[in-house]
Design a binder for this molecule. Structure first.
Ligand SMILES: [Zn+2]
Length: 234
């Protein structure tokens, strides 16, 4: 096999290895948790916190109502027991009871609103818990599927590593070094470009006939004058 052909095969193999490595990376990232699941967890936590806050608000209103009720009851008792002799005090107590009753009536609406808030929050918690549970079930099953896929991919990578060692052993060190250095410079890791219709498939630049000849016979390492990739032609 010529150097150019070996480099071309090495490129195809490395590209395939890159794809598998990326997939393995994806699987590993996914296993750490997904943004969607994190979002569902946050939503659930927010719903639980809102329910607690709504419950606290309702409790506080109900406590205040009980306090007012107790006060009204106590003052009523005093009024009806006839123990208040002073007419001025009697008027004062009557006024106070009236005021308390007014306040108490106003609180019914507040309590109703607080009750509705608790109801809404409770419904939200139920919905969020169900969605979180579903999300976690899906995640666990995705992770299990990912683990199985990962195992297959690693086996494939092992085979590819063997093929790579064999290919690389047939290459002159200078050609391999050149290939590696171009590969690290290219964003997609493609160092070898085929010549298609007289142009470099990596960048589209037309290839000179001498470079095309070199890429074809494979006696050396022809480079694209524009993108600097190693050229290959069947
Ligand atoms: Zn090019």
């Amino acid at each position: 096999m010529s150097t150019a052909e070996t480099l071309h095969r090495l490129q195809l193999l490395d590209t395939a290895i890159d794809v598998i490595r990326r997939r393995v990376f994806e699987i590993d990232q996914h296993a750490k948790g997904t943004p969607a699941l994190a979002h569902t967890r946050e939503e659930a936590a927010r719903a639980e916190a809102e329910l607690t806050a709504a419950q606290v608000a309702l409790d506080s209103i109900e406590t205040e109502e009980r306090t007012i009720d107790a006060k009204i009851e106590a003052e009523d008792k005093r009024l009806y027991a006839g123990t208040i002799r002073d007419p001025k005090e009697l008027v004062e107590v009557q006024t106070e009871v009236q005021e308390l009753r007014r306040r108490r009536v106003g609180m019914d609406d507040v309590q109703m609103a607080a009750l509705e808030r608790v109801e809404d929050a409770r419904n939200d918690v139920v919905r969020c818990r169900a969605s979180l549970q579903q999300g976690e079930v899906n995640f666990v099953s995705d992770v299990a599927a990912g683990r199985a896929e990962r195992k297959q991919l690693i086996a494939k990578l092992t085979g590819q590593a063997e093929q790579r060692t064999a290919l690389v052993s047939g290459l002159p060190k200078t050609a391999l070094d050149l290939y590696q250095s171009i590969r690290t410079k290219k964003q997609n890791g493609v160092a070898v470009a085929e010549i298609r219709n007289g142009a470099c498939a990596g960048c589209g630049e037309s290839v000179s006939s001498s470079a095309a000849q070199q890429a074809h016979t494979g006696n050396g390492t022809a480079l694209c004058s524009n993108c600097g990739r190693l050229l290959y032609s069947e």
